[in-house]
Design a protein around this ligand. Structure first.
Ligand SMILES: Nc1ncnc2c1ncn2[C@@H]1O[C@H](COP(=O)(O)OP(=O)(O)OP(=O)(O)O)[C@@H](O)[C@H]1O
Ligand SMILES: [Mg+2]
Length: 371
């Protein structure tokens, strides 16, 4: 960060770059505050109340007013938002076009549906969005939902003091988040509905009013509809699994309430970068070979959507361990047999099965590499 920016250099109408954070000052009419302009310390606190501001994401602003210019210890620079700049997501690779689409959707507050094969980074991405945008991350696994009311509360049976069974409603993470969001309108909540396609259709239907203009959900504890506050954004993830036997069963009316964003496995050079960062002690050639094998296995239509980044990461975890360090090349085939073939239907020794087809690819790529 550069030296302090003199007040004489700041004037109304100028456009400058800054990054806001939530303004914690009680009672202030400005939701966002920043301390720097164009990378230099601002002569006064920079304040903005534009709802389009994303905390933690750089933006350009136009200077509207300078309050109390003659006081060193008081006053403020009031600005209006011009444009939110590109945001960089920590620790996750994202296709640049998908990244821009996401930014637009997040700015407009639309519900987002991340659609991509198993282990392509949907959960990692949702968490990273929340961290980058300084939002509270609320993970809810829809796979455990059986009935509509399970989104907000679950019924637990316990023994009372007299030994009789009594039932209690236990709030889910979603209900707790909605209550918190109501109480803290300045904090923003990202509710991540993971594995949305895994819950029964009837339960998913009950979620629909939360996702359209009605923005409300039935609260089984209070026995009334509860409004979804504006500071709550929904991001859901679905997993199509294998393209050819996919269990993606969300009906069109449900789908229509989301802006779908397609994701895929990182391209091999990006997967190599991810793994190298996590296993800096491993040889680049070995990581490249593991990723090359995975890419070739993923090309096979029957296993296309099931060999995740978790599989390549697992192979690296084995080989990076002192127990395998001495003998990495010899151990590689056995490790790929369990980490890759073990994730697929069938047995590695049965050439007619998916696991067997993957094993044939693994041995072919390793043989090519040994030449
Ligand atoms: N694009 C990516 N960028 C960074 N890491 C990734 C990416 N894709 C996968 N990974 C890594 O792979 C592992 C699995 O990722 P994650 O759990 O986010 O996948 P997912 O798409 O949510 O999987 P599932 O469909 O099984 O829920 C994590 O260790 C994650 O860090
Ligand atoms: Mg996930």
């Amino acid at each position: 960060m550069g030296a302090k920016l003199p007040l004489e250099e700041v004037s109304t109408g100028q456009v400058r770059e800054t990054t806001f954070w939530t303004n914690a000052v009680e009672g202030s009419p400005f939701r966002f505050r920043a301390t720097h302009l164009d990378g230099r310390r601002a002569p006064k606190v920079v304040l903005c109340d534009d709802p389009g501001v994303r905390p933690g994401v750089p933006c350009t602003v136009r200077i509207k007013a300078i309050r109390k210019p003659n006081r060193d210890d008081r006053g403020a620079i009031e600005v209006e938002l011009v444009r939110v700049l590109d945001f960089a997501l920590e620790g996750v690779w994202l296709d640049p076009v998908v990244s821009r689409k996401l930014q637009v959707l997040l700015e407009s507050g639309l519900n987002i549906l991340l659609d991509g094969p198993q282990g392509c980074g949907k959960t990692t991405l949702a968490k990273s969005i929340a961290t980058t945008l300084a939002m509270e991350f609320v993970l809810f696994n829809c796979g455990a939902v059986i009935e509509a009311s399970d989104f907000l509360a679950t019924v637990q049976v316990r023994a009372s003091e007299s030994g009789h069974p009594v039932t209690d409603f236990v709030k889910t993470e979603i209900l707790t988040a909605l209550e918190e969001a109501d109480a803290s309108p300045r904090r923003r909540y990202l509710v991540f509905l993971d594995e949305l396609n895994r819950c029964p259709e009837s339960a998913r239907n009950a979620l629909m009013p939360a996702l359209d203009a009605t923005r409300r959900l039935f609260d089984p504890i209070e026995n009334r509809f509860r409004a979804i506050p504006d500071n709550v954004q929904f991001v859901a993830a679905v997993n199509r699994g294998n393209e050819f036997s996919g269990t993606f069963a969300i009906d069109p009316a449900q789908l229509d309430r989301f802006a779908p964003v397609q994701m895929d496995y990182p391209p091999p050079p990006e997967e190599v970068k991810l793994l190298t960062k996590r296993h800096p002690g491993m040889s680049a050639a070995l990581i490249e070979l593991i990723v090359k094998v995975a890419a070739r296995v993923r090309e096979q239509p029957e296993v296309g959507g099931t060999l995740s980044v978790r599989a390549t990461e697992e192979a690296c975890i084995y080989l990076d361990h002192p127990l395998f360090e001495e003998d990495q090349r010899n151990a590689l085939p056995e490790i790929l047999k369990s980490s890759f073939c073990g994730r697929l239907p069938g047995k590695w020794s049965d050439t007619a099965s998916d696991a067997g087809a993957a094993w044939a690819t693994i041995t072919a790529v390793l043989k090519e590499d040994a030449r």
